[in-house]
Design a protein around this ligand. Sequence first.
Ligand code: DGJ
Length: 732
Amino acid sequence: MLLSVVSVKVSFAQNGDNGKNRTESVQLIPIETAHSATVFEVGKDNRLHMVYLGSKLPENKEYNQIIGQYRQGTDYSEVSDVVYPASGSQNLFEPAISVRHADGNQSLDLKFVSVQTKQMDKDIKLTEIILKDEVYPFEVHLFYKTYFATDVVETWADIMHEEKGSVRMDKFASAGLYLRGSKFWLTHYHGDWAKEMRPEQTLITHGIKTLDSKLGSRADLFQPPVFMIALGQKAREDAGKVIYGSLEWSGNFRVDLELDNLNNLRVIPGINNYASSFDLPKDSLFTTAKFLYTFSDRGQGQASRQLQRWARDNKILDGNGQRLTLLNNWESTYFDFNEDKLRSLLKDTKSLGVDLFLLDDGWFGNSYPRNNDHAGLGDWQANRKKLPNGIASLVKEATNMGVKFGIWLEPEMVNPKSDLYHQHPDWVLKQAKRPEYYFRNQLVLDLTNPAVQDFIFRIVDTLFTQNPGLAYIKWDCNAVIYNAYSLHESQQGRLYIDYVQGLYNVLKRIRAKYPKIPMMLCSGGGGRVDYGALQYFTEFWPSDNTDPLERIYMQWEYSYFYPAIATANHVTNWGKQPLKYRVDVAMMGKMGFDIPVHDLSAPDLNFCQASVVNYNKIKDIIWHGDQYRLQSPWTNDVASLMYVDRDKMHGVIFNYLVNARYGSGSHTPIKWKGLDPNRKYRIREINLYPGTTSTLKGDDVLSGDFLMTIGYNPKVDASRSSVILVADAVQS
Ligand code: DGJ
């Protein structure tokens, strides 16, 4: 397809006092989606300035009136709103790019050269803006890939030069946003093992707030790369302007949010430059990670639905496909199993009615058997004592029984107690002259090394070649990078970046050969969840914390950014809630079990079996429908969340008591969302525990209008702490 220029030549009628050099004719570059616009202008100074990010204006040319409406003071530098600010010239704030040229000079000032767009398909458009320094042969190409229907923009930069020698890259962000406004509220997340996705909300004050990770491999353990900025006032579910952002990168990231003297917000997201300066040789190209953002002027709910749909349509592997329900053995056996035990778990898988048995950690290692987490990582041969007939016989047995078989791997890691470590000491990231320091008794392999990449690819490939029936991989990653040093790298500053690229190389090779095999992205819980990795994975493991009460909050927070089809939820024995509560919570995403099935009482087993049948009837709505958060667990006795299919014919509504105090419950109706106001819906309660009956009438037929205006009371209280309702449109 031919590239075409989309910029519009306009004249500024009015000029604010933010910049002096913008009084004459400029080129306006609007980057629009169905409801949003990101607007740039080329100033008289030939720099690319950011005018606007917000609701799309029907009258395209009125974007040129925006700047004139601001009277915020003097921008002395005249480059505060430059889109991709560089350091060393006029810029006074946090740069997106910092370099040292081949001659040692540290200045950069990028000027606009051209803009081109390419319609990739009906929905996707790519805009490329070329910027060049006028003194040095140094270029940055900014890319904006817009997904029209879902209002999502992906942006990144290609950095290149033709200087006489190498240019040192000190900072190399993906993009820069400059948001004009009065107040900005930031929601970001922190965590640790079993404490993932804990939200914090703060008014952004002057100075810099940086969200970042320096952990390398299990990069998001303390902070994930997702955040939201509410414009003007705090984010609300169904109203207000909000921008969601995230970096598509599975390693160290950094997002700088800087409120300047004019009260505008500069957002600079990118790969973290921490310990990562490197030399870019002449004629080579560095492509940054992609940064994605979406804007909604209809609150957080709309922004989530946009992002979730975008992820299903464009990013997550097989995002609109099917998923496998499963029985995992981690919580019921840990490392203590043998062939007989696994055989009986295969029978349990069959009896539960789920699709797949997932064999977790502990199946490998012979010189150093993996009987605990101190040994064996790296030696990916079945342990002969535990599994004398190897994996193959189990896969065969599962297949004969009509269940699928999946397996756990942690291929990026090595225990010092392993053959691999002794055979390839040079494959490990460590400082040779310093003592080794372990995270979960293990070290990280040097994925910058193609030989290591090849080794990891072969682990997976051999498993599939030897066991063509293998149907699922759980890919774990339990350690951070300490003592970062690679024997393979010629520039240590590239290590953290090349590690992630090395991981992606392996995943690309796996996907080229095994395009559809479902894989779970796991990292000692949710220690590495991002859209860079999710293009290779069908689902992610949010946390090892499966206490259902905890999960209600955690899944709630994940749901702002990730769709239910990708959120793996397992029923375990964590928490004090009844089995029904635990099962119902797991149903809100991709359901699995990780309980000792043989220990279940007959009614409990019956209930689990019936739940799988019920789940199979509603999973399509949960996986492929639109999600609406109805009532937050943070501020109510009852948390409520619903899914509606695309035709608005069927809805599933999950309700949970989250407050154990006397008299807590659903005292008022809960307003539903997303239904057709003109249709009538029959409401039923499903997934009742054997021997219990619903206290609801059972034959209520109410209009979508009623259900969304007045609401419906699920009658949740201490005796009915978890209630799932379905609403089916009645044919009129
Ligand atoms: C961490 C994962 O999050 C768990 O689910 C389990 O697979 C263990 N690793 C196994 O070591």
